[in-house]
Write a protein of this length. Structure first.
Lengths: 110, 148
C-alpha cells in the first residue's frame, strides 16, 4: 500500500514541478537575462535541497514504476512484489547516496 | 431508511463493448512511456546535475550550447511530450479516484487537458524556434560559439 501511496504523491509532485520547469525554461525565448535571473533562484542552497527532494521523488517513481510493470507482465511479478519493493528502496538509497553529495558540492561550492 | 454502497471499484458506467478501448491504451501508454522516460529523465538529470559543475553551471549559454545539437533538441522534445501526457493521464486517474461531483470532475479534467496541451505547444515551439545567439545581447551571456 505504501508503494502505491508514494507513487501517487511523488507523481503529483513531479507533475507540478514539470509545469513550472517548462515555463522557466521557456524564458530562453524571452532573453538571456530573463532566463539567467530565474534560473539563478534555482541555484540557491534552499533550492539545492529542494532539488535533492525532487530527484528523490523522480528516482522512487521511476524504480517503483518499473516494479509495477514487472508485477503486470512478469509471470512471477505478483509473488515477488514485496521483495521487489525492498529492491526499489535499496536502489533508491544507493542512487541517492551517489547523487546527493555530488549535487550538494555543486550547490554549496559555487 | 437503508443506504446502499457500491462494491469497491464499481465503474461509474459499464465499460464500452464496441470501439476503441481508450482506458486500455492509456494503461499501455503509462507503461511504455514510463520505461522511455526513465532513460530520458535519468539522462537529463545526469547531463544537467552531475556532469561538470552541475546545477551551478546552468544558464542561457548552457541551454544554447545543448540545443545547438539536434540530438538534445529531440531528446528534450520527446521528454516534453511523453512526460506531460504521462503526468496528465496520471492526474486524470487521481481526479477519477478522489474528485466528487460531475461538474467539478469535468472542470479539473479540462484544466489538466488545457495545461498539458498549452505546455506541449509552448515547449515544442521554444525548443525549435530558439535563437542561441540573439542579436544585441551581451556576449558574456551567450554560448561561446556565438563569437565565432
Amino acid at each position: 500500500m505504501w508503494s502505491w501511496v508514494l507513487h501517487r504523491i511523488t507523481g503529483v509532485a513531479i507533475f507540478f514541478f514539470l509545469l513550472v520547469h517548462i515555463l522557466d525554461t521557456a524564458l530562453v525565448r524571452v532573453s538571456p537575462e530573463a532566463y539567467n535571473a530565474v534560473i539563478g533562484t534555482y541555484q540557491t542552497p534552499i533550492m539545492g535541497l529542494g532539488e535533492v527532494a525532487l530527484v528523490g521523488a523522480i528516482v522512487f517513481h521511476a524504480f517503483n514504476g518499473l516494479r509495477i510493470i514487472l508485477i503486470d507482465f512478469w509471470s512471477k511479478g505478483t509473488r515477488y512484489q514485496k521483495a521487489m519493493f525492498y529492491v526499489v528502496i535499496a536502489l533508491w538509497v544507493i542512487t541517492m547516496l551517489g547523487f546527493t553529495p555530488r549535487h550538494l558540492i555543486n550547490v554549496f561550492s559555487h | 431508511m437503508s443506504a446502499t454502497l457500491d462494491a469497491p471499484r464499481t465503474p461509474l458506467r459499464p465499460a464500452r463493448k464496441k470501439g476503441v478501448n481508450w482506458e486500455k491504451w492509456g494503461w499501455i501508454y503509462m507503461r511504455v512511456s514510463g520505461v522511455v522516460l526513465v532513460v530520458l529523465i535519468f539522462g537529463h538529470l545526469f547531463m544537467n546535475l552531475i556532469v561538470g559543475d552541475g546545477v551551478s553551471a546552468i544558464d542561457f549559454a548552457f541551454v544554447g550550447g545543448k540545443w545547438a545539437d539536434p540530438f538534445w533538441q529531440w531528446w528534450d522534445v520527446a521528454m516534453l511530450w511523453l512526460a506531460l501526457i504521462h503526468g496528465g493521464n496520471g492526474m486524470r486517474t487521481l481526479v477519477n479516484d478522489y474528485a466528487r461531483g460531475p461538474k467539478f470532475r469535468a472542470a479539473l479534467k479540462l484544466a489538466i487537458l488545457a495545461a498539458v496541451a498549452i505546455l506541449i505547444l509552448l515547449g515544442t515551439l521554444v525548443v525549435f524556434t530558439f535563437e542561441p545567439c540573439p542579436i544585441g545581447q551581451p556576449a558574456d551571456l551567450l554560448p561561446s560559439f556565438c563569437a565565432a
